[in-house]
Ligand binder design. Structure first.
Ligand code: ADP
Length: 294
């Protein structure tokens, strides 16, 4: 088992729509891959193709060298998937819910019990196994989502926008959980939140408008933004106007009524602005700005 996913010239077009995914080539190996892109970039469509829920319009996907269109079961046996709109049964306990899904996934009864305990432990919910899912917090629900994705001990774990709706503490906990789980697996974490990726991914793919715009180490993306980021202290009355003319990656309001802006662009926004080293948030915005310009 080498845990290698190869995506070749992949396209997907919804009936009556334009290309949701176009000409996508990507080779991924073990570890956490952050798939970053704004809403509508095509991330979910790509995830659904990888999970064999929809078939590519063109191109192919190989899992350990095997075409998943020709042999979907080889991938499905190794797949754990947490979709974006993961629904749970409020009235069931966590353990009942996992037992139900273990049965759906065809896990033999004798094995299921021990595996459910392992999965609850892996997501830090051993103590909550007999509580109703209806009483779970958003973060606990997402962890149960991961627990169900782990039932078959998958080599490929796909999680689609898992941190949406989580509070900062739960989000942090969830990122740590993914890092703990990665090991020799390939984990694909799709998100539009840069800090999700920053905290856990060693490999980064960025999609926008259906296409792959970057693939590499996060620091390589950061390097691309070198010389394109400025720190600029302005009066708060100017901020609205500046926003219409420049790309702002962050702003910090100060007690004295001024605002510290980080501006991303081709050239310095003002003689008063100081060049600064880019971070991943700046670099992502700089990449998207260039995509929008094309
Ligand atoms: P992301 O997950 O990055 O937000 P999606 O894969 O959901 O992006 O969407 C990519 C594009 O495909 C968007 O333009 C979206 O409007 C379109 N799209 C998504 N789902 C459907 C659908 N079921 N029917 C038609 N168009 C869709």
């Amino acid at each position: 088992m080498t845990c290698e996913l190869t995506i070749e010239a992949l396209h997907y077009r919804y009936a009556g729509g334009s290309d949701a995914v176009a000409d996508l080539n990507l080779r991924l190996g073990p570890g956490i891959v952050g798939l970053l892109g704004p809403n509508g970039a095509g991330k979910s469509t790509l995830m659904r193709m990888l999970a064999t829920l929809i078939k590519p319009s063109k191109g192919r996907v190989l899992w350990d060298g095997v075409d998943i269109a020709k042999n979907p079961d080889a991938l499905r046996a190794q797949l754990g998937y947490l979709p974006q709109d993961f629904g749970i049964y409020e009235a069931l306990s966590a353990r009942e819910f996992l037992a139900y899904l273990a049965a759906v996934k065809g896990l033999p009864n004798a094995k299921a019990r021990a595996r459910i305990d392992e999965c609850l432990a892996a997501v830090g919910l051993s103590e909550a196994g007999d509580r109703r899912l209806g009483d779970f917090s958003g973060g606990m629900r997402q962890r149960i989502g991961i627990a169900q994705a782990l039932l078959n001990d998958p080599q490929l774990l796909i999680v689609d926008e898992p941190t949406v709706g989580l509070d900062p503490e739960e989000r942090l906990r969830f990122r740590h959980l993914l890092t703990d789980l990665a090991g020799q697996r390939l984990v694909i974490l799709s998100t539009h939140i840069v800090s999700d990726v920053e905290a856990s991914a060693t490999d980064l793919a960025v999609m926008a408008k259906g296409r792959l715009r970057f693939h590499g180490a996060p620091e390589q993306l950061v390097a691309q933004a070198q010389g394109h980021v400025w720190d600029w202290l302005v009066a708060d009355t100017r901020v609205a106007e500046i926003r219409t003319q420049h790309q702002i990656s962050s702003s910090l309001r100060r007690a004295d009524g001024s605002v510290r802006l980080r501006v991303v662009g081709e050239r310095s926004p003002s003689d008063e602005a100081q060049a600064v080293a880019p971070d991943l948030e700046d670099a992502y915005l700089w990449l998207l700005t260039r995509v929008d310009a094309t």
